[in-house]
Design a protein. Sequence first.
Length: 133
Amino acid sequence: LTLINNNAPIILRSGRGSVNLETKKAAIELGFLDLVHSSLVQTNNGAISGQVTFPPQGKFSFLATGAPIDLKMPEDTPGTFHLNTSLGTVDFRLGQDILSGVPTITVERSEEPIINISTSNSSITVSENCLAE
């Protein structure tokens, strides 16, 4: 699914597949998204939030500017996570991997998938969602 938008939010209630979501000056809200292939979620001056699951391989990017990113996923989610923010902090809490209070974190839970999460002037939160299966 590809959605490219300007000045309006993108809201997905639930789904399974790969996505390319881009908007400006608005939020992207993901209800429950089961990603099966590499995907991009990107906004300028808008937040990204939602529940996601990933397949064993692929590259996944969640990119925002000027707004927070808040993602929930199962505690046993595999992958290499690259999280980066400027003028904010990262709070990563999955299973026994708990890292918080710094602007840049890399967490290697497995070689793949590769998960890039980046924002500026705000925070990143990755936390457990017991309901995501």
